[in-house]
Ligand binder design. Structure first.
Ligand SMILES: [Zn+2]
Length: 397
């Protein structure tokens, strides 16, 4: 249990949503049923600053959660590199060129390698032991396999990048404060998190899971950063509003004030969307192929009481092969896409919904003739691939 609001330390809160959820996004397929662990998630809203967080988060569980997990965010198609280039183009030129850069939580190291082309030096902290220096051949990258020390460890840099990390932490404010303290004069910090506004707008239950302790709106995030002396300069919307990034500089701290705005009713929106998912999946042909062994896929399976017959879960990231998703029905092993796991006239439900268009294009280019359905939470624009939106029948009529 968290002792109070992670941002303003207020003890009063109101309940928003409770659900029993998988502890892991995937498990080793060889582990069999013994690997299927669940924990309670309990979202509450702070009575003072209105921040949303999982008060049931148990810090010792974090170690179990991340130990032996394969690397995420391994780029598997060109569009994933495009996003990294877009970020580099968006940053002020003077923030990066010939500068000392720190990346906190580097995933597979793709961004660090791009940063290293322009920076003087890149220091990368990544706790996953799956990332090793051999994967980062550049001389000007130092890899530290571990968590970034929140006191900064004495390192002073010109630019800090911390993407998709703060939402995982029980005390994100301590990390933000450490980042502010480690910035050289005139330095920048780029901090990126998933958007609570996206989850609220679409009842995106697949984006609510135990790995995320914090659910930030833009305004709460910016106000929390301000309370530790980081002043927002610019905001970047990412992946149709699924995430956002903020560029900060050091400035005068201002306390986090009570937030009088009324928050949307998130609990009912999540439950409504789960019901819509059950109805929609029941209308799809059996022997579905799920494309993408993502956290979203795992949470999707968790939301359905009776998992439909699934022929295969396929994924382009080889690190996920020999792993398995799990549901109350059992394990769902992950394999590579091939003619056995992906029949030309099957029905694919794209669970890696952030990449649905790229996956759809790849499927059609490879001669796939069957139905392609995406479980993206937001409405799908008409598209030349004939891709369907899972929720169309419930929500668009
Ligand atoms: Zn608060």
């Amino acid at each position: 249990m968290l002792p109070g609001c992670p941002l303003c330390r207020e003890k009063r809160s109101e309940p928003v949503f409770r659900m029993r959820v998988p502890l892991f996004f995937n498990v080793a397929a060889a582990a069999g049923d013994t690997g299927r662990a669940y924990e309670m998630l309990s979202l509450v809203r702070c009575g003072n600053c209105r921040h949303l967080y999982n008060e049931a988060f148990d810090p010792p569980l974090a170690e179990a959660m991340y130990r032996d997990q394969p690397l995420t965010n391994v780029p598997v198609d060109a569009s994933m590199f495009d996003r990294l280039h877009e970020l580099l183009d968006w940053l002020p030129r003077g923030a990066l060129d010939q500068k000392n850069v720190l990346e906190i939580g580097g995933g597979a190291g793709a961004l660090a390698r791009l940063l290293a082309r322009r920076a003087r030096h890149v220091t990368l902290f990544e706790p996953s032991s799956s990332l090793h220096k051999g994967m980062l051949p550049e001389d000007n990258i130092s890899l530290i396999n571990g968590f970034w020390p929140v006191d900064g460890g004495g390192l002073t840099v010109d630019l800090v990048l911390c993407r998709q990390v703060l939402e995982h932490l029980e005390d994100p404010l301590a990390t933000m404060s450490g980042i502010a303290g480690g910035l050289a004069e005139g330095g920048y910090a780029y901090l990126e998190v998933p958007s609570l506004e996206f989850i609220e707008a679409y009842g995106a239950f697949t984006d609510v899971h135990i790995q995320h302790v914090q659910y930030f709106t833009k305004s709460t995030f910016i106000a929390a950063a301000r309370s530790v002396g980081l002043v927002a300069e610019a905001v970047l919307d990412i992946k149709d509003g699924h995430d956002f990034g903020v560029l900060f500089r050091r400035g005068v701290a201002a306390p986090l004030l009570p937030n009088p705005t009324r928050a949307p009713a998130l609990g009912p929106a999540l439950l409504e969307r789960i019901e819509a998912a059950k109805t929609a999946v029941a209308m799809l042909p059996p022997l579905l192929v799920l494309y993408g062994a993502t956290p979203h896929a795992q949470m999707f399976l968790n939301g359905l009481d009776d998992v439909p017959p699934i022929m295969a879960v396929i994924d382009d990231n080889a690190q996920n092969h020999a792993r398995a998703l799990y549901s109350r029905a059992g394990l769902h092993p992950v394999s590579a896409p091939n003619s056995a796991t992906l029949p030309a006239d099957g029905c694919v439900l794209i669970t890696a919904y952030l990449h649905d268009m790229a996956i759809g294009q790849k499927l059609r280019a490879g001669g796939f003739k069957g139905r392609i359905v995406t479980m993206r939470p937001q409405p799908l624009p008409s598209n030349p691939l004939g891709m369907e939106w899972l929720y169309a029948s419930q929500l668009l009529k």
